[in-house]
Design a protein around this ligand. Structure first.
Ligand code: SF4
Ligand code: SF4
Length: 349
């Protein structure tokens, strides 16, 4: 009880620190509003370029509880997309060929009982499908053992987080035993042809920093990952995406509890890159929540910032209106515009 109270006190102090940082007392570092930075880059108000990616979060249930999860996902989350909402998504895809790629996220999307049906229906509409697979789900239960074959059969592109090519750093961020199971799953994916140039079956890995710092260069990290994973485990993959941790949800709690919020935000703001701002993923994406509400991106989804449009639910999807909306930005957006930029597909510049 005592430690819970102490944790609450630390959090309350930290919330006060956010206030000071955002309002500039004591001549300290002031957190410049993100919109001011956009204005200075001639990007305000931020508008879509062309919506092409239809991102769907089909549930917050997950077999893992990673420290830095921005979805706050875990085994006890109950929010899951119904087949009815999936049918509404399919209807939208049928009527809008502009939405070329469907990006399925979770939680662990595979834990939704309608997951496979949904993938099959999307493929019938001839769309490219990417799935955020956490790797360990493949070994979590025998009902998932054949996932590599299912993915292969439907030519699904897989993107999987592997915070590092060593056990200690991966397990520290994602939980004990995650590294070992991730390696086994990657070997199974390789066995069916994933990650091999000649098969066209794409396997991407995702790196994100273990602490309150920005990720190193994506290309040098990719070389290092490829060398080490091949040498140690015989694993091959296509691309490494290096992603900046977003100051929201569980990662924000970590920053506040560890007293790193101010220095992390300072790093993000001082690394603001106008070219990265011009390429943020919300400019070509619309993101559907498990309950059918629409968002600019997965991060706004977790902050419950619905799209700034008359159309806020998949039930009454209006492409033109959404393609002309003003994107809702906030201080968390600095996570997408620091350095080489960051999005679901890694660096953006
Ligand atoms: S596997 Fe992904 S969705 Fe699940 S807890 Fe980890 S980061 Fe969150
Ligand atoms: S957090 Fe979302 S809304 Fe903000 S810049 Fe990134 S993708 Fe766009």
């Amino acid at each position: 009880m005592k430690s819970l109270k102490a944790a609450h006190n630390i959090l309350a102090d930290a919330q006060q620190q956010i206030e000071i940082l955002e309002h500039g007392k004591n001549g300290d570092f002031v957190l410049v509003p993100f919109e001011d930075k956009l204005r200075a880059s001639n990007l305000f108000p931020l508008k879509p370029t062309q919506m092409e990616i239809f991102q769907v979060n089909i549930g917050k249930m997950c077999n893992q509880t990673c420290k830095h999860c921005h979805v706050d996902a875990g085994p006890d989350r109950k929010e899951i997309m119904t087949r009815e909402t999936m049918q509404q998504c399919l209807e939208v895809l049928k009527n809008h060929p502009q939405l070329k790629t469907v990006d399925l996220t979770g939680g662990a999307p595979e834990m939704n009982p309608d997951f496979r049906w949904f993938v099959e229906e999307i493929k019938k509409l001839n769309r490219h499908v990417t799935v955020r697979c956490n790797l360990t789900i493949i070994l979590a239960n025998k009902k998932y053992y054949d996932l590599p074959y299912f993915y292969k059969e439907h030519q699904v592109e897989i993107t999987s987080s592997l915070p590092f090519y060593r056990k200690d750093r991966t397990d520290n961020q994602r939980g004990n035993g995650v590294f070992e199971n991730s390696i086994k799953s990657l070997q199974l994916l390789n066995e069916v042809g994933y990650g091999k140039v000649e098969t066209g079956l794409i396997l991407n890995l995702v790196y994100n920093a273990a602490g309150a710092f920005l990720p190193p260069s994506q290309s040098s990290l990719e070389k290092e990952y490829k060398q080490e994973l091949k040498k140690q485990f015989g694993i091959e993959f296509n691309n490494l995406f290096s992603i900046t941790n977003m100051p929201i949800s569980r990662y924000l709690d970590y920053l506040l509890m560890s007293g790193n919020y101010e220095s992390y935000m300072e790093k993000l703001v001082s690394s603001y890159n106008p070219s990265a701002a011009a390429n943020v993923m919300c400019r070509n994406t619309v993101s559907v929540g498990w309950d059918g509400f629409l968002y600019d991106c997965d991060f706004n989804q977790m902050l419950e910032l619905k799209v700034n449009s008359k159309t806020t639910n998949i039930r009454n999807f209006n492409f033109d209106e959404l393609n002309n909306r003003t994107i809702r930005t906030g201080q968390h957006c600095y996570g997408c515009t620091a350095g080489a930029g960051s999005g679901c597909g890694g660096t953006t510049t």
